[in-house]
Ligand binder design. Structure first.
Ligand code: GLC
Length: 799
């Protein structure tokens, strides 16, 4: 390398002037006189990829994060230059690349607003210790810029003024400022001047992000190895940034509907009689529940894929009996395989050479629950294949419906780093590397292998996996939870932020350990937490079990009643939640929306942490403090109905909202049509004979959707689904609802119960598909309720 003193500053090295430019269809190469190459790929008009090399040649282009089916293609690409810069123009963006130093500035193509500009831009530091470059990027922070994303960091929703590290870490009883934690999701969104963009730094080494903490006007990110390789995603709407990132890194298939039900977990329910006692109690008390979890104690000495003969002598019979009662059994599987020559999984892994090794040969040995273990190298395709095959007995034979992957950061006990040493080798799908590079994707590849195992042996039923560790893209295979939180009011607030933040980082199917994992909630905290959890995509109570019970009846009757009430609301809302999941899986739309994502134009939303939108039309705000009879909250712009009182309020302001212990602030967007099923004790308990539509009148228009299918299986991929689009239009004296239906699925019901809320006029006539309805069939007491016993496409209600 030609070292020019101007190109070196405090140990950092910088690109020199551009001496060569080449275009290869959608890939542009810019080379500098000191041998740096920038490769710019135009993926879409609003999506650019920047890759840099300092050694004159790029490594094999391989990523676990990028979804093969991500959309590609653009409408317009033009490259020009002048004395100072190259100018790359698409229909959405203009990118300047400065000839003197390779720095870039990106503008909105329409109004030329500066969106994102390199400060120092790309620079690097040679690290002899790490054996590679520390690759760095710095950007000038724009006036009033805010930052969001980075997965589930337990911090304020707006990341400005903070620095973060991405290194998957077992973080038992983490707290508000703990960093790093279990996941590494190197994607953030910036927002300034009403416009939003995103940056996905697809580098699996330990990465850092600094949002104006070190220097007030600079945002930077760097990695302890690998390439400076990032995607720039333009909005200008934050919703579009998030959906593009989600498209790029993928979404899951639809889960079985039961996975959106309520789940009960504890470390651990055993023996069988204890499991049955719990499940029976749910049915006895009529608290809906769909899944029961077995934590590590179901195994024989914590050996994965075994059962404790004493505690679970006949797992197949038990799982079947639970299934007959509507409970799906989910079991934990950790990555550590106990070193024991009499244990077949260990023997086979050893014989086939599937375990991770240290750089100089020996197996990577580490202590976890079973004692000393070896760990499969999930970054090898044949190891993933083997792992998937191990689920045959559990799933096909015994009938387990879901698998919980834990400790997959990977966590190792009794060592300072809590994980593998850096020298451990991984295959990385044919790109051999050390643990420095594979660490952050280890858990992801484990969950991926588990997902394939469940899919293979449960087919045509849909798999259900839950993981603790994750990297970008992990959402394609599994749901997740946030790990070992604490039973405190502060953690209730953290859980809320974490779920929102994950959703805006492409990972919607997430929830916290309701009630807290470590320590013990009192009844009030548990009830308030269930209220929040009922509106999270994944809804599970879990606790360490050390401090007492954490089932809905573990407190007093008042609490049990509150818990039942909110779980029942969740079950009524299953078609609404499932539709939100469909919109996530199909349209890349996050299931939860922080207020900033919902309305970025309103600067009041940029720092709001507690309120969020579940789906598209329910505004939720948990109670975060003890002894509350309500709280102040921000109601975003627009018209909203109080879910309980049906009172209409105008947003764009803070308001006091009443919420005794059996209530919480919930609002429904005016014009929404909310689909509801009857309460069931588990999904599929009842044939749905009637669909309820709660119609919230609006003077104006609002669209709603309802997605349904067989709730499991893959027929929906062959067109057997039902997608109803509702267009509501209201005026002073009329309300019209049009329904457009798509798909070949026949729902089990053909009766619609329509509850009309907020009608400002007295109904004089009702027409269904152009035929008048006899008004004596309509109940007008309190809410206006109308029952229509056939499929219809047009409803007109007039004064
Ligand atoms: C870890 C998990 C926790 C689990 C426990 C025992 O702490 O995070 O959820 O219950 O291990 O398996």
């Amino acid at each position: 390398m030609i070292l020019n003193t101007e190109l070196e500053y405090k140990g950092n090295l910088f690109p020199a002037d551009i001496t060569d430019y080449k275009k290869d269809v959608d890939v542009l190469h810019f080379s500098t006189s000191n041998n740096i190459i920038l490769q710019l790929t135009v993926l879409r008009d609003s999506l650019l990829r920047f890759r840099y090399t300092t050694v004159g040649k790029f490594d094999n282009d391989f990523s676990y994060a990028i979804n093969e089916d991500a959309s590609r293609g653009y409408n317009h690409l033009e490259i020009t230059d002048d004395d100072k810069k190259y100018i790359v123009t698409t229909s959405k963006l203009i990118c300047h690349i400065h000839k003197a130093d390779l720095r870039k500035s990106i503008f909105d193509a329409k109004d030329h607003t500066l969106i994102c500009e390199d400060e120092l831009g790309f620079h690097w530091e040679e690290s002899y210790e790490l054996g590679g470059d520390i690759v760095k990027m710095s950007k000038a922070a724009q006036n009033g810029e805010s930052y969001y994303g980075l997965g589930d960091k337990p911090q304020h929703i707006n990341l400005k003024g903070r620095r973060f590290e991405n290194w998957a870490t077992d973080s038992y009883a983490f707290g508000k400022d703990t960093d790093p934690i279990y996941k590494a999701i190197p994607f953030y969104t910036g927002l300034h001047h009403g416009k939003s963009y995103g940056i996905f730094f697809d580098n699996t080494f330990k990465t850092f992000f600094d949002f104006c903490q070190e220097r007030r006007n600079v945002t930077s990110f760097w990695a302890q190895g690998g390439e400076m390789n990032y995607y720039f995603i333009y909005g200008p709407k934050m919703q579009d940034v998030v959906t593009s990132y989600t498209d790029l890194t993928g979404t899951p298939e639809l889960p079985p509907l039961w996975a959106l039900g309520y789940h009960q977990c504890k470390w651990s329910y055993y023996p069988e009689s204890n499991v049955k006692e719990i499940t029976n109690k749910f049915r006895e008390l009529k608290i809906p529940c769909d899944a029961i979890y077995l934590d590590i104690d179901y195994m024989e000495g914590f050996r994965c894929f075994t059962w404790s003969k004493d505690h679970f002598p006949e797992p197949k019979r038990m799982v079947k009996e639970l299934a007959d009662d509507g409970f799906k059994t989910v079991v934990i599987i950790d990555p550590g395989i106990k070193i024991d020559n009499a244990y077949s999984v260990f023997k086979e892994g050893l014989d086939k050479d599937y375990f991770c090794k240290r750089a100089d040969g020996p197996y990577m040995k580490g202590k976890v629950w079973p004692g000393e273990c070896y760990f499969p190298d999930f970054t090898r395709p044949e190891v993933r294949e083997w792992w998937a095959g191990l689920f045959k007995e559990l799933v096909e034979d015994i009938g387990v419906k879901g698998v919980w992957n834990d400790m997959n950061e990977p966590a190792v006990m009794d060592v300072p780093g809590k994980t593998f040493p850096a020298d451990v080798r991984h295959d990385y799908d044919g790109n051999p590397c050390s643990h420095q590079k594979a660490h952050n994707i280890y858990g992801m590849q484990m969950a991926r292998a588990t997902y394939h195992g469940l899919k293979r042996f449960n087919y045509p039923k849909r798999p259900f996996v839950i993981t603790r560790s994750a990297y970008s893209g992990t959402q394609r295979y599994t749901s997740t939870w946030m790990g070992d939180n604490v039973a405190s009011w502060e953690h209730l607030q953290i859980a809320n932020i974490q779920a929102q933040r994950l959703a805006l980082s492409g990972f919607s199917f997430a929830g916290s350990d309701i009630g807290g994992f470590a320590e013990q909630p009192n009844g009030e905290l548990y009830a308030r937490w269930i209220q929040l959890g009922a509106f999270h995509p994944f809804c599970r109570t879990h606790s360490s079990g050390d401090h007492g019970d954490q089932e809905p009846w573990a407190f007093d009757e008042e609490i049990t009643n509150v818990v039942r009430k909110f779980i029942e609301i969740r079950y009524e809302l299953l078609p609404y939640l499932y539709t939100a999941f469909y919109q996530y899986a199909h349209d890349n739309v996050p299931m939860l929306k922080s207020l900033v994502l919902f309305d970025q134009e309103d600067s009041q939303t940029h720092y709001r942490t507690d309120e969020f939108i579940c789906g598209n039309q329910l505004l939720i705000c948990p109670i975060n403090e003890p002894n509350s009879q309500g709280r102040r909250m921000y109601i975003p712009k627009g018209e909203w109905y109080n879910f309980w009182t049906k009172e209409l309020v105008s947003g764009g302001k803070e308001a006091w909202v009443e919420a005794d212990l059996d209530s919480m602030p919930i609002f429904v967007k005016a014009g929404a049509i909310i689909p509801k099923y009857p309460v069931q004790q588990y999904v599929g308990e009842k044939d749905i004979e009637e669909l309820t539509l709660d119609v919230y009148y609006k003077n104006g228009k609002e669209d709603s959707e309802l997605y349904e299918d067989a709730n499991d299986g893959y027929d929906y991929t062959k067109g057997r689904y039902s997608l109803k689009k509702f267009n509501l239009a209201g005026t002073d004296d009329k309300l019209i609802i049009r329904i457009h239906k798509r798909g070949k699925y026949m729902t089990s019901y053909s009766t619609f119960k329509i509850n009309l809320f907020g009608l400002p006029f007295k109904v004089a006539s009702i027409k269904v598909d152009n035929e008048y309805v006899d008004l004596k069939d309509v109940k007008f007491n309190g809410a206006n309720t109308l029952v229509i016993s056939k499929e219809f496409t047009n409803l007109q209600i007039k004064a």
